[in-house]
Design a protein around this ligand. Structure first.
Ligand code: NAD
Length: 367
C-alpha cells in the first residue's frame, strides 16, 4: 500500500497523503495535498462510492496546475469521501462534519465543493474548522454557479482565442454539449458577444437549429426542470449528432472523454473551448490539433470557478470575482496561445509547461 503512494511521487508532489477512518460515522476518506509552494492548497471534496487514491491524486495534481495556471496564491489538493452522496441529509452531514474535523489540523488544505458535495456541505465544513470555499451567500460566499463564474471564464477564453482561430464572435455558431451550470452561462455570455447557439444537449438528448435556437426558451426550460429536448420536440436529435455540427465554437460542458479517437475526426469547428474537465482524450486532442482546430485546455478555460473561490476566500466581492476572472483568464489564455503558436505545439502542451514552470519557480523560493 505504502509503495503505491510513493509510486505517485515526482518533482512536484504529493506533499502529503492522509487516509482518514472514523468508525463511529463510517467515514472513509483520503486527502491528497499535492503542492503548496504557491500557498495553501484549494481543491474540492468529492463524495462518491467508486473514488480511489489514484483518482484523488490525479485530481489534486490537476488542481496544482489549474491554480498555478490561473496565477493564484494557492497550491493544489483534493479529497475524496467513499460514500453514496444520495443518502439521508443527516448521514451526509455527519460524514462531512467528521471529515472536516479530521482535516482541521491540516491547515494547508482548503476544501471546496465537487461532485457529490455542495455549498451547504462547505458551510458545515466552515462551521467545524473555520475555512472552506464555495460557501452559501449567507455565510460570506459568492455563489459561483448562480453568477456563472466558470461559464463566464470560458467566454473570456473564447474572446481571446478568436483572434488565433481567425473567427469573429458576431454571428459565430456555438454548440454546447451539456447544458448545465457551465454550459448555460457560457452560452449566455457568448450570445452577449453576438454569437448564435445552434445546438445544445443534456443527458436526455440534443436540439439543433442551424438558424439559431431560442436561448431564453432553453434557459427557462432548464430552470423549470425540463430537458432541452422538450423546448422544441421537432428539432430534438440524439446527443451524438452535435459532434458533426459545423460551427465556430464547440463547448464540451458535461462528462469526461466525450471527444475520443473514434469521433474526433468528425468534428467541424474552429475552436473547442473545454468547459468540462478532461472532455477529450489525449489522442483526440492530437487529432483536433492536426485538423487545425484550436483546443482551449480545460484548466485554462474553466478556471473561473476556482478563481471565484480564491477571491471569496480572501474576502472579495462578487464584482471583484468577475473582474479577476476576466483579467486572469484573458492574460493566461493569451500567454498559452502565444507560446503554442511560437513553439508550434498544441495549447495544452504550452499550458502544462507554463503551469509547471510556475510551480517549480515557487518551490525554489521556499525553504
Ligand atoms: P451540471 O451538473 O450543472 O451540468 C452538467 C450538464 O451535463 C447537465 O445539463 C446534464 O444533463 C448534462 N449531461 C450529463 N451527461 C451528458 C451527456 N452524456 N451528454 C450531454 N449532456 C450531458 O454540471 P456543471 O457544474 O455545469 O459541470 C459541468 C462540467 O464542468 C463538469 O465536467 C465539471 O467538472 C466541470 N467544471 C465545473 C465547474 C463549475 O464551476 N461548476 C468548474 C470547473 C469545471
Amino acid at each position: 500500500m505504502q509503495d503505491t503512494v510513493f509510486e505517485l511521487c515526482d518533482e512536484l508532489g504529493p506533499d502529503k497523503v492522509v487516509h482518514i477512518y472514523d468508525p463511529k460515522v463510517g467515514l472513509k476518506a483520503i486527502l491528497v495535498v499535492d503542492n503548496v509552494a504557491a500557498g495553501p492548497s484549494i481543491g474540492g471534496t468529492r463524495m462518491a462510492q467508486d473514488v480511489s487514491l489514484l483518482e484523488c491524486f490525479r485530481l489534486a495534481r490537476a488542481m496544482t496546475l489549474k491554480n498555478a495556471a490561473a496565477g493564484l496564491a494557492h497550491g493544489g489538493g483534493k479529497s475524496v469521501i467513499f460514500a453514496d452522496p444520495k443518502q439521508s441529509q443527516e448521514n451526509r452531514e455527519a460524514l462531512i462534519r467528521a471529515f472536516a474535523r479530521a482535516v482541521g489540523q491540516i491547515s494547508d488544505y482548503i476544501p471546496g465543493p465537487d461532485m457529490g458535495t455542495d455549498e451547504t456541505c462547505m458551510a458545515w465544513v466552515k462551521d467545524e474548522i473555520g475555512r472552506a470555499v464555495g460557501l452559501p451567500r449567507e455565510v460570506g460566499g459568492i455563489p459561483l454557479d448562480e453568477i456563472g463564474a466558470t461559464g463566464y471564464g470560458v467566454s473570456v477564453a473564447v474572446q481571446v482565442a478568436k483572434e488565433y482561430a481567425g473567427i469573429d464572435l458576431n454571428d459565430a455558431r456555438i454548440v454546447i454539449q451539456g447544458f448545465g451550470s457551465v454550459g448555460q452561462h457560457a452560452a449566455r455570455f457568448l450570445a452577449e458577444q453576438g454569437a448564435v447557439v445552434i445546438g445544445v444537449s443534456d443527458s436526455r438528448g440534443a436540439v439543433i437549429d442551424e438558424q439559431g435556437l431560442d436561448l431564453d426558451a432553453l434557459l427557462q426550460a432548464k430552470a423549470a426542470g425540463h430537458s432541452v429536448t422538450e423546448v422544441d420536440a421537432a428539432k430534438a436529435v440524439d446527443g451524438d449528432a452535435l459532434i458533426d455540427l459545423e460551427c465556430e465554437v464547440w463547448v464540451p460542458a458535461a462528462r469526461p472523454d466525450v471527444i475520443r479517437e473514434d469521433n474526433a475526426q468528425r468534428m467541424n469547428t474552429k475552436i473547442v473551448a473545454q468547459g468540462a474537465n478532461i472532455p477529450a482524450t489525449e489522442a483526440a486532442e492530437k487529432i483536433l490539433h492536426d485538423k487545425g482546430i484550436l483546443v482551449l485546455p480545460d484548466f485554462i478555460a474553466n478556471a473561473g470557478g476556482v478563481i471565484c473561490g480564491a477571491v471569496e476566500y480572501h474576502g472579495g466581492s462578487q464584482r471583484q470575482a468577475m473582474e479577476t476572472i476576466a483579467e486572469k483568464i484573458r492574460f493566461n489564455t493569451e500567454l498559452v496561445l502565444e507560446r503554442a503558436r511560437s513553439e508550434a505545439c498544441p495549447p495544452r502542451q504550452s499550458a502544462v509547461a507554463i503551469a509547471t514552470e510556475r510551480v517549480v519557480t515557487a518551490m525554489r523560493m521556499r525553504r
